[in-house]
Design a protein around this ligand. Structure first.
Ligand code: DX5
Ligand code: ZN
Length: 218
């Protein structure tokens, strides 16, 4: 069963409690939280004080996507949020294997994200250790960007690499996921779909989640 992970980045930050009300009763699977530091990416989003409040309000697993340098510094604080998934960028981790081990020791699933220009081959040796590989399908830093088309081939090649290495990693995609791109991504082999602007901000976001789920059933 494919999973939908709405991204809080596109939510109404003046009404987080109301946003969490529709979210908690929807068919959404994970809440995706985008942390940006203004260094790894050219934008700043929100940090731990905001996420702590969101974690109190949210009744579903948290998928924390760290777009920061040295994300290993935040393993403890992300664990303390009660997050299910800690998502770090390959490009931000000098000792990725160690960081993945530390995420597991903290009791969370380890997700590693690749920017559009980073080849999947960089993960080949670590793939059996990963719970999730997330492919950025836009350049990280902003919501509402256009989907990068050649990501579809990257997903297909990652699906083959996962099968070849006997890995159980899920494939997650982030950026430009909407009613048009979701079916194409499903055909390429994606498991988890992050969607910001295609869900939050719509008149009936819960209905958008249902529609994205329907469109991604194989
Ligand atoms: C971008 C973030 C995404 C963002 C996606 O850097 O990682 O999670 O919220 O937004 P949409 O779905 O609008 O492309
Ligand atoms: Zn994200």
């Amino acid at each position: 069963m494919n999973m939908i992970a709405p991204s809080l980045l596109a939510a109404d930050f003046g009404n987080l409690e109301r946003e969490m009300q529709w979210f908690n009763t929807s068919e959404a699977d994970w809440l995706h939280l985008d942390v940006m530091d203004g260094v790894f990416v050219p934008n700043i989003s929100f940090g731990f004080p905001v996420m702590q409040r969101v974690a109190q309000l949210c009744r579903k697993p948290l998928d924390v996507h760290l777009m920061t340098v040295q994300p290993e510094k935040f393993i403890g604080p992300v664990r303390d949020l009660g997050a299910a998934v800690m998502n770090v960028h390959q490009e931000a981790c000098t000792h990725l294997h160690r960081t993945v081990q530390q995420i597991h020791q903290a009791g969370m699933k380890a997700a590693v994200t690749l920017c559009p220009s980073t080849p999947i081959s960089t993960l080949e040796d670590i793939l059996p250790d990963l719970d999730v590989v997330m492919l950025m399908t836009v350049n990280p830093g902003f919501g509402g960007q256009k989907f990068i088309e050649h990501s579809l081939d990257k997903v297909r090649r990652l699906r083959q690499m996962i099968a070849r290495t006997g890995s159980h990693a899920l494939i997650e995609v982030d950026g430009g996921v909407n009613r048009q791109t979701a079916p194409q991504l499903a055909a390429a082999g994606v498991d988890v779909y992050v969607a910001g602007s295609a869900v939050f901000g719509k008149a009936d976001p819960a209905a958008e989640v249902v529609e994205l789920k329907r469109l991604t059933q194989a």
